[in-house]
Design a protein around this ligand. Structure first.
Ligand SMILES: [Cu+2]
Length: 231
């Protein structure tokens, strides 16, 4: 797993770890029972035709293997539902708002912060040009340690906004449905790759972008310069 750079990603990571530990523990018990049955209840040489004791319609066993899986599924459901509720929460109060347009085949990021707007336009992929001029696609700049709200739009087909370091992706739907999500970035500056995770046409694989996390002061300067150049 990539190292998470949002508070939400830490939750995703711990849910993932917990699920794997639980699944492995279950696996060890099941594999143990299978091996035990293979070793101790196989056909013996000296009693070739004798069947082992049959346990059909054994009520305690039936109840056991109905109740135990229900408990296990309930536990998975509880933790998944609890964490998902937190991860999907959009408060509407995030200081930084990003409108994402995913289109065939690039991204446009419109960042709003304190009444200022910065726009980063991905050059629609030109088969010959993109790999030379802008191999990484557009770059979204965000402050560290800040809440950021994303709103996802598409003018054409379904895309999927994915930053592996967020341990999160969300589909980008054309039309009236606008998916939203919110993150709280950690204090971990850096550049993180992003891509489209929904096969969306011939240049789907070139819908690359990156997210750059910078300290708040640097972000202020960035927004200032972007807003200035736009005017
Ligand atoms: Cu796409």
């Amino acid at each position: 797993m990539p190292e998470g750079v949002t508070e939400q990603s830490l939750l995703t990571q711990s849910l993932w770890n917990g699920a794997w530990i639980a699944a492995l523990a279950t696996g060890i018990v099941v594999w143990g029972l299978i091996l035990w049955a293979c070793a101790f209840h196989r056909k013996k040489k000296n009693s070739p035709d004798r069947l082992p004791p049959q346990v059909r319609y054994n009520l305690p066993i039936e109840i056991l293997y109905t109740v135990v899986p229900i408990i296990m599924v309930s536990v998975f459901f509880y933790f998944t539902s609890r964490d998902e509720t937190t991860i999907m929460k959009v408060t509407g109060t995030a200081p930084v708002k990003v409108k994402v347009d995913g289109f065939q085949w690039s991204w446009r990021f419109t960042t709003e912060y304190q009444g200022k707007t910065a726009k980063v336009d991905g050059v629609p992929v030109d088969l010959a040009k993109q790999s030379v001029e802008n191999p990484e696609g557009p770059q979204l700049v965000l402050p560290t340690g800040s809440e950021v709200e994303f709103e996802l739009h598409s003018p054409d087909v379904i895309h999927s906004f994915w930053v592996p370091a967020f341990l999160f992706k969300q589909d980008v739907f054309p039309g009236q449905v606008h998916n939203k999500f919110q993150i709280k970035t950690l204090n971990r500056p850096g550049v993180f790759v992003g891509r489209c995770a929904e096969l969306c046409g011939v240049d789907h694989s070139k819908m690359l972008f990156s997210v750059k996390l910078v300290p708040q002061t640097e972000f202020d300067q960035y927004i200032q310069s972007q807003a200035g150049s736009a005017q």
